[in-house]
Write a protein that binds this ligand. Sequence first.
Ligand code: ADP
Length: 589
Amino acid sequence: MIEKRLIQHLYPTYLLIMVLALGAFGWYAMASLKDFLFARTASELAARAGFTEVLMQGRWSEDPAEVDRICKRLGKRTNTRITLILPDGVVLGDSDEDPRKMENHARRPEVQAVLHGEVGRSLRFSRTLQKKMMYRAEAVREEGRLVGVVRTAIPVTTLEYLVASVKYRIFVGIILIGLLSAGVGLIIYRRLSRPLIEMREGAEQFARGELDYRLPIPDSGHLGSLAVALNRMAGQLKERIDTIVRQRNEQEALLSGMMEGVIAIDMERRILSMNRAAAALFGVHAGEVRGKRLAEISRAIDLQEFVEKVIVGGETVEEELAIFAGGEQYLQAHGTLLKDSEFRRIGALVVLNDITRIKRLEKVRRDFFDNVSHELRTPLTSITGYVETLRDGAMDRPKDAARFLEVIHRQSNRLLAIIEDLLALSRIEQGTERGSIEFEETDINALVERAIQLLEKMAGEKKITIDQSFEPDLSARVNGRLLEQAVQNLLNNAVKFSSEGKTVRVTTVKEEERFLIRVTDEGPGIPREYLPRLFERFYRIDRDRNREMGGTGLGLAIVKHIAQAHRGVVTVESTPGRGSTFTICLPLA
Ligand code: ADP
């Protein structure tokens, strides 16, 4: 573009100025030359007339043929037409013609002028010679008396030829000078414009972001320092851009690595940016939310009100928010104003901490304390009641007293059992958390057998057979005491819930990387809807009946925690009316 503009504007202008200047000069030179030539010729004609006048002094009255002869010789020698005319207009002699044949010259303008005492000059067409002539006439006086007129003339065509040939040369000269200076102009223009074009191309490269490019430095002083300055500017720009990119990458890495959700919102409540954690909270893609309204991303009124508070209130706000995004979620929100470098408000920055898990744990803990209190209160109320009855006189009735004491004893045992189970649970949980549970290579079949032995008495009372089918040579790294307790709990339930004469089957199975301990009974089975919550603490299907059977509601919870302590699981399959199968599944290593 610059190049084109230079050619289109600068160079034609230069050419125009040059042509005008040369034209004006040529015109002026030619006009002056013509004037000069005519003036010079006129003064020469005057000189020749004067010379002829001096030469002819005293000869005017001589023989006209002699006068005419002199006239002709003079004319030939001086290349001038010379005419001698008497005051009455009669031609006495003429260098080019026979005077006798010539007409009276009294009315010729140059002669008229001289006769009237003026300078005789004229430029006109000669009727005698049939061409345009320049005339000069001088008066000849003898003793103060006019005796005749000397007239000299030359054809103007001679002069015009001369002028034309000079004109031609000037014209050729001008053309040559014009061409030369056009060429020189072009060379100068090229020399000036090349560095400019290079600089323009360099600047375009810089604009495209190729900041490693360097402009060639031209020799000329100003352009040279301009190129140096541009190169330096590109270097500094590159450094700054590199710094900004590095900082941005660091910030992005920091933000996307954060567990907390971070959202920047502008004054129009549109999202400026959002990190990965925040996008995950709202189930959107972090790269696609820029420019969207907050309300499009989350319907949570709480969150929108929170942002309003930050932007309008202009203070740091901290609150707990409940939002629904595929399920109830609790967020701890911290909001501050976003300000630009001149401390003008440009939006809000909100940091969100997902506290749903903490909330859920809090609830579990609260429920647990409720349950524990409830579980402990029932036997304690009963104990207190019987103790009061005894104190109020029942002690004196030995039969009642014995019965009441029996109840008190049973309830105390129940309290003890609950507390022991709770302690066991808490020990397992703590052990798992701290990793303090010890594992050693153990014979699994022997362990299961020990658990069976402990329940044989109870099974015998109910005429229940305990069948066993063991994988030979099954050993694994486990905590023997805990795993025995888990099997015992499962067996205990199986025997407890089976009716008389049924069979309980205990199986051990070895698979590729894990082993299973399976306890199957032919008891009442468990309806499907209860299965998901079966392993929760204090969860019982039929509270009252179960309590009578002496259950604490913690047995399966303990099994679950023991399995988890071994990085394994416990599962249940059950068909109501036909029986249940509980399976502990643990890794071999
Ligand atoms: P408990 O100590 O009261 O037995 P558990 O945690 O061991 O408590 O069991 C929880 C509940 O699961 C029991 O109340 C019972 O209703 C049900 N349950 C457990 N094992 C069996 C089983 N083998 N057959 C039928 N129901 C069972």
